[in-house]
Design a protein around this ligand. Structure first.
Ligand code: FAD
Length: 323
C-alpha cells in the first residue's frame, strides 16, 4: 500500500515543505518496501508536478480546479481524505505548517485515523503499529506516540527532515474529487501579502531580537543582518506587544513555533515561554550582555557583549566573507 503525501504550493510553486514531506515519506517507503504517491491541489505546472519524482514520488495526483485555486481548509481536507481512501493508503504524511495544522486533525477525524503532529523523526513501523517521536506542550517536551489505528496521519515539522534527491520524474494523473459545496462555507476572497520576505515558519535561518534592542528604531541592524543571511526576522513577545514589531514575528509558546537550522537570538533573555517556540532549532546562537542570561544554557554558541557593538560587526564580517 503506497504512502500518500500532501504537497503544498504557493502560487503554483511547491513550498520547501513539499520536498521535505516527499523525502521523508520516501525514506519510510524504502524501509517498508512501498512507494510514495503525492497529491497536489491548485494550479501547478505539469513539469513541476513530475519533478516531485526527484524526491521520491512515483506518482502525483493533480487536483486543478478553479474553485480550489486558493486554500480552503474544509474542502482540501475532504479531498485529501478521499484520496487516502481511493489509493488505499494506510499512511498520510503532510507538513505541520499553518495549513497542515488545520488540515491534519480534520483529515484524521474523517478517516478515524491516529494523528502524530509536530513530528521530528522517522517512525518505527511494525505490522500494525507506528511509533514516532513528536514535540509536546508547545515544544517544551518530547512525546513518543504509538499509532495503532488502521490509517495513520503524520504531520512533519518544517525543517525537521533533510530534502533528498533520489529519483527521476513522477507520473502525473488528474484526480477528480467529489466536491461538496458545503465545504465552501468559508472561502478565501483575497490574499494580501504582508511581506515579500522569507516566511518565518519555513525559514532556514531566523534572526530574532528582544527587548535588549531598546526600541523599534534600532531594528535596522537586525534587518540588515537578516538580509545578509537570507533569513527571516522574529522577535520576543514583549517586543510585539509593545508594537515595535508586528505580531506575525512573535515566536514562543503563544506565538509561532520555529525550527530553523540556525536561530540567532539577539538581546533576548531566554524565558521558558520564548524557548518553547525555538528550542527545536538545530543551532542556536545567543548574543546578550548578561553572561547569566538563561538563553546561554541552550545556546550552541554564545557571544557575551552589547548588541549595538556585536551585531554591526557581525554583519560587516558576513558581508566581507560573502564578498
Ligand atoms: P527581557 O526579558 O527584558 O530580556 C532582554 C534581554 O536583553 C536581557 O537578557 C538583557 O540582558 C539583554 N540586553 C539588554 N540590553 C542589551 C544590550 N545592549 N546588549 C545585549 N543584550 C542586552 N515571550 C516570548 O518571547 N514568546 C512567547 O510566546 C511568550 N509567551 C508567554 C506566555 C505567558 C503565559 C507568559 C506569562 C509570558 C510569555 N512570554 C513570552 C514572555 C516571557 O516570559 C518573557 O517575558 C519574554 O520572553 C522576555 O522578552 P525579552 O527576552 O525580549 O525581554
Amino acid at each position: 500500500m503506497s504512502i500518500l503525501v500532501y504537497v503544498e504550493n504557493t502560487d503554483g510553486k511547491f513550498k520547501k515543505s513539499a520536498f521535505e514531506v516527499v523525502s521523508y515519506a520516501k525514506s519510510i517507503a524504502d524501509n517498508i518496501q512501498t512507494d510514495v504517491v503525492a497529491i497536489s491541489i491548485g494550479n501547478v505546472a505539469e513539469d513541476e508536478l513530475a519533478a516531485l519524482g526527484k524526491y521520491g514520488a512515483s506518482k502525483v495526483l493533480n487536483v486543478n480546479q478553479e474553485q480550489l485555486a486558493s486554500f480552503v481548509n474544509q474542502a482540501y481536507a475532504s479531498i485529501i481524505a478521499e484520496a487516502v481512501k481511493s489509493t488505499g493508503s494506510k499512511l498520510l504524511v503532510l507538513s505541520n505548517s499553518f495549513s497542515g495544522k488545520g488540515l491534519a486533525p480534520r483529515i484524521a477525524a474523517k478517516l478515524e485515523a491516529g494523528l502524530a503532529d509536530g513530528v521530528l523523526e522517522l517512525p518505527h513501523i511494525t505490522d500494525d503499529k507506528l511509533t514516532v517521536k513528536k514535540t509536546a506542550f508547545s515544544n517544551k517536551a518530547f512525546a513518543t506516540l504509538e499509532l495503532t489505528s488502521d490509517i495513520k496521519v503524520i504531520a512533519l515539522s518544517p525543517n525537521a527532515y533533510e530534502i533528498k534527491e533520489t529519483g527521476g520524474n513522477a507520473a502525473v494523473e488528474t484526480f477528480t474529487p467529489n466536491i461538496d459545496q458545503l465545504d465552501f462555507s468559508t472561502m478565501v476572497k483575497e490574499i494580501v501579502r504582508a511581506t515579500d520576505k522569507v516566511s518565518l515558519p519555513e525559514a532556514e535561518i531566523v534572526v530574532s531580537a528582544g527587548r535588549g534592542l531598546k526600541g523599534p528604531e534600532n531594528w535596522g541592524m537586525i534587518e540588515e543582518l537578516a538580509d545578509v543571511l537570507g533569513a527571516a526576522t522574529a522577535c520576543s513577545k514583549p517586543v510585539s506587544d509593545a508594537g515595535w514589531r508586528p505580531h506575525s514575528e512573535h515566536v514562543g509558546q503563544t506565538g509561532i513555533v520555529v525550527s530553523p537550522n540556525l536561530y540567532i537570538a539577539i538581546g533576548i533573555s531566554g524565558a521558558i515561554q520564548h524557548l518553547a517556540g525555538v528550542s527545536s532549532s538545530k543551532t542556536i546562537v545567543v548574543i546578550n550582555k548578561d553572561p547569566e542570561a538563561p538563553f546561554f544554557k541552550v545556546a550552541d554558541y554564545g557571544i557575551v557583549g552589547d548588541v549595538f557593538d556585536i551585531v554591526p560587526k557581525l554583519t560587516q564580517a558576513l558581508k566581507a566573507y560573502k564578498g
